[in-house]
Design a protein around this ligand. Structure first.
Ligand code: MOS
Length: 729
């Protein structure tokens, strides 16, 4: 089914199930510990041996020798995999660095061996006996030092990365120079780690030349392809199964070392092998969000009209990697006739930089939305009003392209009213509550909506149960539930008559979970399959397909009715594909983020007091799970603003605080009060679901709203994240 004209009225619009707050159907399984995660699949691999990875102790250079004798002689050891025993390996499309290093070492904690033993303890003890001789190379680890010589790179998100290296509209330099009010500031964001709850984990088993991996992954089809490519297998010889995923945040978009090493270990051991990447190895072994150094210039007329806006961002990555696209939102968020955005990419020998929740917009807005606050202050304008004044209903770079819908002004106005913004004192450091300096901050939230082709299979059984199968993943987002809601609405059955099967690569290929495209795209695929199934049901039961209704387990046309279960045995598979509506219309999501903080006047300690997000993200399929997405994202925004930072060892090239004891993230006690409001305007250009992404939107802008609240509380402007207390004392 191709979606190429705006959606008309369709069965989803009934809103009997879709759009209703619905508790997650997988909740009881998860909270009672009965949902098996990858490392716990004892059911599929009873005789599995345990693999423990040996990680490189240098960031760059050569592995001259691996001394394995002691490890091989250790109790319980079955086999040891190294680059020498693994044979020739390919590299996946989505991987920058090799997942098994040697003899070249590309980054710190790269996997260099896998010790397989009868028990986990034996494998870990033997792995500690492996000795490596290295020739340490000269690496580059300092972004600030590397950026001046770094080349400009095109935006990989625009024109398939083939666009200009500097995007320009009008004459920024001239109009910035002549602007009566202007700002020119530098903002920095640090390297960040996904730090999802469930570590990378895989059990691999071979049957002849066929490989099955039970793993934890966001994008089944990408990863299946990359695993096949890495091992030199035809894609159809590889099966992935990932029904439950304990968080990903972009860290599990791609094939990682656990899956490759488990597959190699199982091949060499001749039996299933399970491998996890230990928590302290995740930050340097896997990907992270790269640090940025950003420069923003804004020129305004005295009435607050932006006339010139420029955003430049520099980041680093391993050779062959990409930039953190922190300028994306600045192309689209505010009006302004004269514009410029550019990115620089330095080669760094730190671990691989790649997507982390809302790549681009999340760190980009942390800078842009402080700049907007600073500019409002220079203009003597309220920061809500300054943003509203520069709202635009068209793409500012291509004014002939309209936003499909855009309610940013309503997000800001509703939010201001609900939050009590009128009580804010525009002059900083005026409001006291005992020992606390109190401040309020605002930021706009922005994240693009992307649609991805997605397929599903839907069938009916003798009990009238509807079963949906798709390789879509639920990474803690609520996919099981929205897929069930969609099928229930379409087939006219209660939600507990829908059985949802996810995450298996033998199911139809879905959009997967990434870039906040999963919700709208995967349910649109289910919609397409249900449409096809409805036709098949109507035909089988002798109804006219055009005036048939599906409700309460019955199929009705005119005064004739039949049970849905009379169509038992029927199933349909269909793919939702997209035409160019997303090119005709700019599809984006918007938010107004409001935060109140307290700053201890004596110690500088910062505490969040209240947070509010008003979100404009199309139809909200499930307000319960969407809210959970947004409050989780807001919490991540608190981490980004106040705590999260991978500390770089610039001599040896690794992240020093690579565990959860030292990489700080917020806990419940850091988050006293969060409120989420959805405007819930269906967008008929996105899909028949009329939904959009919502999860990443919840993060975008939060960091700056907190930074702006801290400034309002203290009068000290910090432009370097995280805002730890020594920076504003
Ligand atoms: Mo998201 S960073 O695309 O999982």
């Amino acid at each position: 089914m191709k979606f190429d004209t705006p959606a008309g009225t369709n069965p989803i619009d009934q809103g009997k199930v879709v759009g209703r707050p619905t508790p997650r159907i997988d909740g009881p399984l998860k909270t009672s510990g009965r949902a098996p995660y990858a490392y716990e699949r004892h059911d599929v691999a009873e005789n599995a041996a345990y693999g423990v990875i040996v990680h490189a102790g240098i960031a760059k250079g050569r592995l001259n020798a691996l001394h394995l004798d002691e490890a091989k002689a250790a109790p319980g050891v079955v086999t040891i995999v190294t680059a020498d025993t693994a044979g020739k390996l390919g590299k996946g499309n989505m991987n920058t660095a090799k997942l098994l290093g040697g003899p070249e070492i590309d980054h710190y904690h790269q996997a260099i061996a896998l010790v397989v033993a009868e028990t986990f303890e034996q494998a870990r003890a033997a792995a500690n006996l492996v000795r490596a001789d290295y020739a340490r190379g000269q690496g580059k680890y300092d972004l600030e030092a590397a950026l001046p010589g770094a080349p400009p790179v095109p935006d990989p998100n625009a024109n398939d990365g083939k666009g200009p290296k500097i995007d320009k509209v009008g004459d920024f330099e001239r109009f910035f120079a002549s602007a009566p009010v202007k700002l020119d500031q530098k903002y920095t964001t640090p390297d960040q780690s996904h730090a999802m709850m469930e570590p990378f984990a895989t059990i691999a088993a071979w049957k002849g030349d066929e490989l099955t991996v039970w793993t934890s992954n966001q994008m089944i089809n990408w990863t299946k392809g990359d695993l096949a490519k890495t091992l030199g297998l035809p894609k159809e010889k590889v099966r992935l199964d990932s029904p439950y995923v304990g968080g990903g945040f972009g860290g599990k978009l791609f094939l990682r070392a656990d899956a490759v090493m488990a597959a190699l270990g199982a091949r060499q051991a001749g039996r299933p092998v399970k491998v996890t990447i230990a928590r302290p190895m995740m930050a340097n072994n896997a990907t992270h969000r790269p640090a940025t150094i950003q420069r923003i210039r804004i020129g305004c007329d005295k009435d607050g009209t932006i006339t010139a806006i420029a955003h430049e961002s520099g980041s680093g990555d391993l050779p062959g990697g990409g930039p953190e696209t922190a300028v994306s939102q600045t192309k689209l968020l505010y009006a302004g006739a004269h514009r410029m955005t550019a990115m620089k990419l330095a080669v760094l020998d730190l671990p691989e930089g790649n997507a982390m929740r809302a790549p681009g917009e999340a760190p980009g807005l942390m800078a842009l939305e402080i700049a907007m606050d600073e500019m409002a202050e220079k203009l003597g304008m309220d920061p809500v009003q300054f943003r509203i004044k520069n709202d635009t209903m068209v793409d500012p770079e291509k004014p002939e392209r309209k936003f499909s819908q855009r309610h940013l002004v309503q997000c800001l106005n509703d939010g201001a009213q609900r939050f009590g913004w009128s009580r804010r004192n525009a002059k900083p450091a005026q409001v006291r509550d005992g020992r606390w300096l109190v401040g309020m901050g605002v930021a706009s939230g922005f994240r693009n909506n992307m649609n991805q082709k997605s397929a599903a299979r839907v069938g009916i059984d003798k009990q009238g149960m509807v079963t949906v199968a798709t390789d879509m993943t639920d990474i803690g987002t609520g996919t099981y539930t929205i897929v069930a809601q969609t099928a229930a609405e379409m087939m006219g059955v209660p939600i507990d008559s829908v059985n949802v099967l996810l995450g298996d690569s033998s199911f139809p290929v879905s959009a997967g979970s990434g870039g906040q495209w999963g919700g709208n795209s995967s349910t649109a695929g289910v919609y397409a399959a249900c449409m096809k199934l409805r036709e098949a049901v109507a035909q089988k039961l002798g109804f006219n397909a055009t005036d048939v209704t599906f409700a309460n387990g019955k199929v009705t046309s005119g005064n004739r009715s039949a049970d849905l279960k009379d169509a038992a045995g029927l199933s349909a598979e269909e793919t939702m594909e997209y035409g160019d509506l997303a090119k005709q219309y700019q599809q984006s999501t918007f938010a107004g983020h409001f935060v109140e903080v307290g700053v201890d006047a004596y110690t500088g300690e910062i505490r969040i007091r209240r947070m509010l997000a008003v979100c404009d993200a199309g139809r909200i399929i499930n307000p319960t799970s969407a809210r959970s997405q947004v409050i989780g994202a807001m919490t991540m925004g608190v981490g980004a603003a106040l705590m999260e930072e991978l500390a770089v060892d610039k001599r040896f090239g690794f992240f020093v605080n690579h565990d959860l004891a030292t990489y700080e993230v917020p806990v419940h006690a850091d988050i006293p009060h969060q409120e989420v409001v959805f405007l819930d305007y269906p967008d008929d250009t996105t899909s028949p679901m009329k939904a959009k992404g919502v999860g990443e939107l919840g993060l975008c802008g939060v960091g700056a709203a907190i930074a702006n609240a801290i400034y309002n509380a203290t009068g000290v402007r910090v432009r370097d994240y995280p805002i730890t207390l020594e920076k504003h004392l």
